[in-house]
Design a protein. Structure first.
Length: 180
């Protein structure tokens, strides 16, 4: 299913089945799952072989062009074949679109980075990307968490806060007498 249209869209795990133009100029892109890992049960990891049914979702992604794109993901609902698994059925999911997601992970990340990089306010990013304020704020919190929870770099050279006691043994000078 790897064709030029799929490559242009660049959503790993999905393939473009067809594209249609709507009356208002919007392009509706019909997607199908191209990643075999999407058949793995999220609970136990066993690959499903029986299809229970189908579902169509409408995930949103980054804006494309002036006329916009609208997605329709035609995905399968599968039976888990593992007897001891508590989950009986599930729908296909990929890392870019986890189960229940209404927006792609790259859209969520782009919203958070706009605010983190001081290119936009929460309200402006929400307007530009056509997202709700809480969605953009959650995206910002996730991006900020990555920064705040990152390990601190190792300090090799101290600057202005060094004291003479911190200096290497051969470079120590006696402290000055105070009493000015």
């Amino acid at each position: 299913m790897d064709n030029d249209t799929t490559l242009l869209l660049d959503l790993d795990g999905l393939a473009v089945a067809r594209v249609e133009r709507l009356a208002d100029g919007t392009r509706r892109v019909h997607l199908i799952t191209a990643d075999e890992q999407a058949r793995a049960c999220p609970e136990c990891g066993v690959f499903a072989t029986r299809v229970k049914g189908s579902a169509v979702t409408r995930p949103r992604d980054l804006p494309y062009g002036e006329s916009g794109l609208e997605f329709r993901w035609h995905k399968r609902r599968l039976w888990c074949r593992e007897a001891g698994c508590p989950r009986r059925s599930f729908t296909e999911q990929i890392p870019q679109l986890p189960a229940g997601a209404r927006i792609t992970m790259r859209l969520r990340g782009a919203a958070g980075r706009r605010i983190r990089d001081a290119a936009s306010t929460v309200i402006q990013a929400a307007r530009d990307l056509r997202l709700s304020w809480p969605t953009v704020m959650d995206a910002f919190r996730a991006v900020a968490h990555e920064v705040t929870e990152a390990p601190l770099p190792e300090v090799k050279v101290l600057g202005i806060d060094e004291t003479r006691a911190d200096a290497p043994a051969g470079n120590r000078t006696p402290p000055r007498a105070s009493g000015c």
